[in-house]
Write a protein that binds this ligand. Sequence first.
Ligand code: AHR
Length: 313
Amino acid sequence: MKKTLAKFAAAVALSAASVIVPAKELVIGFSQIGAESAWRSAETESVKSEAKNRGYTLKFSDAQQKQENQIKALRSFVAQGVDGIVLAPVVETGWDRVLREVKRAGIPVVLVDRGIKVSDPSLYTSLVASDFVFEGKLAGSWLAQKTHGIANVVELQGGPGAAPAIDRKKGFGEIVDEFAGMNIIASQTGEWTRTKGKEVMEAFLKSQGDKIDAVYAHNDDMALGAIQAIKEYGKKPGKDILVVSIDGVKSAFEAMVDGDLNATVDCNPLLGPLALDALEAAIAGKEVEKWIVQKDKINLMQDAASMISSRKF
Ligand code: AHR
């Protein structure tokens, strides 16, 4: 009898030790900018699928390009008592007040892909993003080399006030300034979209016509719109007018294979795993790097065919 009881006690102890206490299921709020580009959709998908893999509940909010919608979303996440927030901020400024409210509620915020300017850096935990100035420099250096420093360039800017639009302009401009023969003869926003990129390029072609040697677009979608405009104008994109852009999405690789786009700088949108790692660490009270930088490189037309099948976005 004693032996049986001892066996029973041992079995209970063993099963108690092997019981896995499930971690608390995290509830995360994700305030996304919208769906303006293929890059943006890839980023949304990356965060959503990573949250699903980890068993999180994800509260997703699409701001339709409006900061006021993002501010509302953040307040609603606070009201719902989420454990953490992922924010892709549409513009750089105007976040102090709402982020102070989020901080007071003790909710960590991880920024994805775009930085912000705040009076107090502790208002967010970490930024998971590329170095956009560097991306602009990569595009500018390639163009300077290709044209031996002599080119009239038109620039399609991203959305006004957005970190990548500001920084990509800055990085490219710094390279252009090094060459007396390189000039940005027109620069306007194409709002990150193919439609607007085409429309603005049509206007550039109408006013600057044959003077244009190259297009620098802050993203691939606008470059693809510009390519269409150049074709309709009767010129050959990639040859008569060089085209360089940023993002590295699949359709840009297709355009390079077709000989229409000369180069695209990589910008990684698959930020879900890194962003949620950072958020999990912050929720657990661990130290997180302030800027988790993504390393980018430039992809050229001549290499596109051999690379296209391995592209993930
Ligand atoms: O913030 C990243 C930029 O936003 C991408 O380059 C662009 O395509 C997007 O919409």
